[in-house]
Design a protein around this ligand. Structure first.
Ligand SMILES: O=c1[nH]c(=O)n([C@H]2C[C@H](O)[C@@H](COP(=O)(O)O)O2)cc1CO
Length: 151
């Protein structure tokens, strides 16, 4: 029984969203989160943590191709995890689409002095399908553990 649960969890497809053109200040943290997420399933969007990717984003494919590919990955995903501290139009858009698709969503936000998370993100928290969570970096592992135990 235990083995079956483990196999099912490893087949989870996870869409990780993080800022690219919105700014790359948190890229190291995205890498850390993605590494932890890989313990729960397949991360479809590993490139978001690629340090070689600057604030210009991917250069080998067009914006239309990026949008089409990411929309397909989002459709195929079981779960979305978004790091929303660095404001990003793309991440906000992806979260909105994921809400429309009734995905399970975890938004992670690190409170910053003098800043407030958008009401359009904070306001989607419903305690069941969508969780919006303030956190400190040292809490990531336990937050993910709690989240994935209910997926
Ligand atoms: O090159 C890219 N590749 C890509 O996959 N994205 C997607 C994934 C990220 O979760 C999100 C980031 O949006 P933005 O670039 O507006 O910060 O959009 C965004 C870009 C550039 O906008």
């Amino acid at each position: 029984m235990r083995k079956t649960t483990c196999v099912l969890k490893m087949s989870l497809r996870i869409y990780f969203a993080g800022s690219i053109r919105g700014g790359r200040d948190d890229v190291q943290l995205y890498m850390k989160i993605i590494r932890l997420l890989q313990g729960y399933g397949t991360v479809l969007t590993e490139h978001v943590a690629d340090e070689r990717l600057g604030a210009y984003g991917e250069k080998q494919i067009s914006d239309e191709e990026i949008h089409k590919r990411d929309f397909e990955w989002l459709s195929q995903s079981d779960v979305m995890v978004a790091e929303v501290t660095q404001p990003s139009l793309g991440v906000g858009y992806e979260i909105g689409r994921a809400v429309d698709m009734n995905k399970r969503i975890l938004c992670l936000h690190r409170p910053q002095p003098g800043k407030r998370l958008s009401a359009m993100i904070r306001g989607i928290h419903n305690g069941s399908s969508v969780t919006v969570r303030d956190y400190e970096e040292k809490e990531i592992e336990s937050i993910l553990q709690t989240f994935f135990s209910s997926v």
